[in-house]
Design a protein around this ligand. Structure first.
Ligand SMILES: Nc1ncnc2c1ncn2[C@@H]1O[C@H](COP(=O)(O)OP(=O)(O)OP(=O)(O)O)[C@@H](O)[C@H]1O
Length: 255
């Protein structure tokens, strides 16, 4: 199977704010492959370098060392501020199509389909300030899907939402992803979210962020993310992931 995203020996350091002679290592020697059509979640504690990893993968930051290659130019969804406030919902979704020079009639049809996919048809002519946070994130997801590439990078896209909206959008994202088949790298600090969405969860250590474990998630597709929670393996993997986050090992022993 071919590779959607390949990260090899990636290091990222920033100048230290404390001393001119020092650097702050945010990401340490991370190698990670996302296969075509695979959904990988990167799980790690706050400040461990998850966003930095994603920003480098997106080409928004340069690697200090190592390389990132993607099958196509990645589309990115961020936690917040992902939509242009001066454009309507429909215009936001149309934006990447316009940049690519897609003719107007085709653009209109594609936007109609995407808005239907994310349940925003009725809000096409609203501005971001006139819709809810969950709707803004759906707009952002629809806009990322309007890019025709196969690589989707998501940085805690549902992190700022209330729990019910978050679960609804996770379910929606899975439904869309199952139909559009993209390679997804999804950053989260939530054990539940990683377990719910991923084919594979990559766990990072405290800063500097290294990969300390990769866990294959055994739940099949399509997934019902509510039913999933009744599966006894859900509790077991949750326990395993929490131990990795807290102690760096799977058994709750100190590393
Ligand atoms: N542009 C920057 N300049 C200097 N330091 C930075 C920069 N961006 C990130 N850092 C540092 O890199 C480290 C990792 O930050 P990053 O935002 O990647 O963590 P994170 O795991 O995404 O955190 P959170 O889950 O809290 O969002 C932090 O110590 C942060 O201070």
């Amino acid at each position: 199977m071919s590779t959607g995203i390949s990260i090899q020996g990636l290091w990222k350091a920033f100048p230290s704010a404390e001393s001119k002679d020092e650097v702050l290592v945010a990401v340490e020697d991370v190698s990670l492959e996302v296969r075509e059509n695979e959904f990988v979640c990167v799980l790690g504690p706050s400040g461990c370098g998850k966003s930095t990893l994603l920003r480098v993968a997106a080409g928004l930051e340069q690697a200090s060392l190592g390389s990132v290659t993607t099958e196509s130019r990645p589309s990115v969804v961020f936690q917040e501020h992902g939509v242009f406030p001066w454009l309507t919902v429909a215009e936001n979704v149309a934006y990447p199509l316009k940049l690519r020079g897609v003719p107007r009639a085709e653009r209109r049809e594609r936007v109609r389909e995407l808005l239907q996919l994310v349940g925003l048809t009725e809000f096409a002519s609203y501005y971001p300030a006139q819709i809810s946070g969950g709707m803004r994130q759906r707009t952002s997801v629809a806009r990322a899907l309007a890019d025709d590439g196969n690589v989707l990078l998501m940085d805690e896209p549902f992190g700022a939402l209330d729990e019910q909206t978050r679960v609804a959008l996770q379910q929606e994202l899975l439904r869309i992803w199952e139909r559009t088949s993209k390679s997804v790298l999804f950053i989260t600090h939530s054990v539940d979210e990683a377990l719910t969405l991923a084919d594979r969860v990559v766990v990072m250590s405290h800063r500097p962020g290294r990969i300390i474990a990769e866990i294959e998630i055994p739940f099949g597709r399509p997934r019902d993310i509510i039913e999933l929670r009744r599966d006894p393996r859900y509790g077991e993997i949750t326990y395993q992931l929490w131990n990795l986050l807290e102690h760096g090992t799977e058994q709750g022993e100190a590393a």
